[in-house]
Design a protein around this ligand. Sequence first.
Ligand code: NAP
Length: 548
Amino acid sequence: MAEVRSQKDNGNGVANPLVLDAAVIGAGVAGLYQLHQLREEGLSVRAFDAAGGVGGTWYWNCYPGAKFDSASYIYQYLFSEELYKGWSWSQKFPEQPEIESWMNYVADTLDLRPDIQLNTTIKSAHYDEDRGRWTLTTDAGQVIDAQFVVSCSGMLSAPMTNLFEGQDSFKGDIFHTARWPREAVNLKGKRVGCIGNGATGIQVIQTIAPEVGELKVFIRTPQYVNAMNNPQYGPAEVEEYKSKFEYYKERLPHTFAGFEFDFDNGTWADSTPEQRHEVLERIWENGSLELWTASFSELFFDEEINEQISEFVRNKMRERLKDKDLCDLLIPTDYGFGTHRVPLESGYLEAYHLPHVGIVSVKDNPIARITPEGIQLTDGSTYEFDVIILATGFDAGSGALTRMDIRGRDDRSLTEQWQQDITTTMGLQVHGYPNLFLTGAPLSPSAALCNMTTCLQQQTEWITSCIKHLRNKDLHVVEATREAEEQWVKHHDDLANATLVTKTDSWYMGSNIEGKPRRMLSYIGGVGTYRQKCSEVESQGYPGFEMH
Ligand code: NAP
């Protein structure tokens, strides 16, 4: 392991910086593995995280009901059989405490803690072209001098916490789901208002509905939902999935979305109505994200086919909801299934059958403000609460980066640049920001559309290989060229614009944030295809990446 040094002066007039080969921002799924790899390569490296523990998303999102919706046996690191087999999951889609424990198991097993600095927010990262190095500063005023910076800061880590006028005046408790208190929150018997019914809101609502005194859910856009099938795992099931380690390792990196399933059902066009029905019913029973990411690929491109699959899901929802008014409020009709993130749920629809659970539609009568007593709508109607839950989502993909002051060559600001247009080269670098690597960033599958562990392992491995290549050749700086970036953006946009995803408003398009440039955040060419393109760049000696 290389030595981490502090020195009096880094040549930049800054006293006592911590001198590193690489600074990793974030200690979640990507950050832990990136730290491990770079350390194995002999770099001096430290991972910094604002949280008080490791786990990233799985540290912060400790709201009631938070859980996986990728199966536990594939939301895994597959680089080490020992690591994979050393942990046994209790069910297919386990809850947040178990997932956070697993992340801690990873940190301990790989002995990462000595090189992780928690409770540390990176406030700025500025590139010095003369020295070919980055200067980072933390919220505590610490200065870090690093040759490479790898952002593992997460694609859903910049929560939309301050959305409403008057939030500070609320006399009760107000929590954003991604900043949920670490200590237990007692909601028993309380009057609770929940804003938002995305994947997070749905998990919260179905979990707290039975215990609260009253629950009002403020819904602007209803969701297609897919019932989760979540079997418990005993020793036999654990043994069974562990025995497939080699299969998952080979399979996951090459499918459309990094799951074990893929579009293997033939095309909708070539199937008979009976065959289509059989496929949809069979996949529906599996109760996973398979219906969305591996039923018929035409659902992403063809409005008519999408409408038929949407109607299939609507019928499933109608069967459970029964009540016409609930159907009108909860079943989407003005966008297609799968054109934004599909949430899995367990009893979410049934929660609305409880007498103390109600819906406030804010589609045509938006929330105007939060008052000391509760929530006020534009028409002046008010709702009083003890607790307000903001399940209002994130400034996804770009937010974690634009909330830092990142400046590349010639003092250019990433925040200002991405206010105009969000571009990257393969989601791995941005032209103008040498030696800065990204994971989970816009224009790669890991910005949204994949089983995150599959994609983040691939990206961190690519970054490690690139740094290794540079060092082997005694080069010091790598930067994506303008041409390579333009080509990637065009390729990305060509694929994205052929899909129906670009026609639906959601965080996938950045449209949940006022003023955010509209571009599909995730690369939709498929995880396997993206991987192949990245591997080609690597095997061809990094065309499109200037090195010196
Ligand atoms: P989200 O999908 O962006 O949902 C935010 C919700 O807040 C939406 O219902 C949105 O309504 C609503 N909202 C925002 N501002 C509002 C306003 N001013 N008035 C009324 N409603 C407002 O965020 P999320 O649910 O946190 O999920 C984000 C992503 O996290 C998911 O898509 C998923 O990728 C990931 N996630 C994963 C899991 C898992 O199982 N592993 C669990 C949770 C989340 P509109 O739709 O009308 O904007």
